[in-house]
Design a protein around this ligand. Sequence first.
Ligand SMILES: Cc1cc2nc3c(=O)[nH]c(=O)nc-3n(C[C@H](O)[C@H](O)[C@H](O)COP(=O)(O)OP(=O)(O)OC[C@H]3O[C@@H](n4cnc5c(N)ncnc54)[C@H](O)[C@@H]3O)c2cc1C
Length: 403
Amino acid sequence: MSSSVLVVGGGLVGTSTAYFAAREGLNVTLLEQKHVAYGASGRNPGFVWLHCRNPGWALDVSLKGRDLYDQLRHDLPVPFEFRAEGGLIYFHDDRQEAVFKEFVAARQADGLDMSLIDGKEVKSLVGPVRNDVVGASFCANDAQINTPTVVAALAAGARAEGARLQEGVTVTKLIVADGRVIGVETNEGNFFADTVVIATGAWTQKLMQASGYDVPVGRERLQIMATKPLPRQIRPVVYGPNATKAYSLFRNLPSWDDELFRSRIEEETGFSLLTLASQRANGEILIGCPMDYPGDVDLFPTLGGLSALTEDILADFPGLRGAGIDRVWAGVLPFTSDMVPIVDEIFPGLIVGAGHVFGNSSGPMTGKLISQMLLGEQLEVDMTEVRWNRELDPVIPGHSVQW
Ligand SMILES: Cc1cc2nc3c(=O)[nH]c(=O)nc-3n(C[C@H](O)[C@H](O)[C@H](O)COP(=O)(O)OP(=O)(O)OC[C@H]3O[C@@H](n4cnc5c(N)ncnc54)[C@H](O)[C@@H]3O)c2cc1C
């Protein structure tokens, strides 16, 4: 099929597309407006999170995506940080236990390696967590990556396979001729190729609007703090009970009760709080995340957000009270109304791979699947759920969403 490909965007989706397509012998150029990993892929805390993936495309791709990391560790020319020590969601109110029990049973039935662990075990895995922790759902399939290192390794792999990666090039518009996309306009002039792949995450809606397409990918901002390097004290990736509210898999359980999961800090600050912690190999602990919904991509943390984050983390991780803070940042996560991305050829010569809520488990696999599309091969996953022509609701700036 196509022999030349322009990939727009240097995140997990774009760099993996470039890597897999170049490996198959296609002539690949990747254009990135700033630098690779500038977007969400360089700013997230690294959860490879199978725990709460809905059955269907999300879980299928995530299981394959989790395994793909083992392959990439072997194949890519430079190493990246990956740790397979599971993930957990702890709770500290006895009344929540019934919900977690039901959740774990449902997930076991979906094929995940999941168990309910007690408070003592949680404390042994997560040193700084509060002492009154009662238990947790634990998923052995979950893992952790240091996302900028993964993007850098994919970019190095793409280059080694012959792809050209051009940073500082902003795509402004698609070029269409004879009923087909044939290239893009940029601040560095026009680029042409047989196929253009849009992998611009949270920037997708605006970019596509400039070319007359309505691609309903919304923007959710999450704020993070990183401590200075500390001795190893957190092994799995960790969510607090507030995180349950973000996931339909919890909210749809018969035992679910909103009242049991109310948070005073959320109510007082107005932020939804995805309470989380993960510790990287260098010892720094990433903590987060207040969530809000700016109209445009806004990469600045706010005082209100950081204050809510601090209060929430101090309540649940008293062991971090004295931890020095090294950096704070925000990232913008893309989403669609049904919480799975669009991965499809939406016009001749134009493939969109955007709207990934869970890009750590699904991003590299999306690149592999797009490369199979480019080669006209049979795709290894059923793509019905992520087709362009499905019904998607519009995204409304400022409106909160649940995954
Ligand atoms: C704070 C935070 C926490 C998260 N936590 C997790 C998590 O723990 N686990 C998980 O699975 N997912 C998580 N996510 C989501 C995950 O980060 C995304 O699903 C994933 O990074 C999306 O990858 P992407 O390649 O589609 O987009 P991005 O990584 O955003 O890449 C898009 C790239 O396109 C570039 N670009 C945009 N417009 C243009 C243009 N016009 N021209 C050229 N280049 C352009 C941008 O600069 C950017 O580098 C989190 C997101 C955030 C923000």
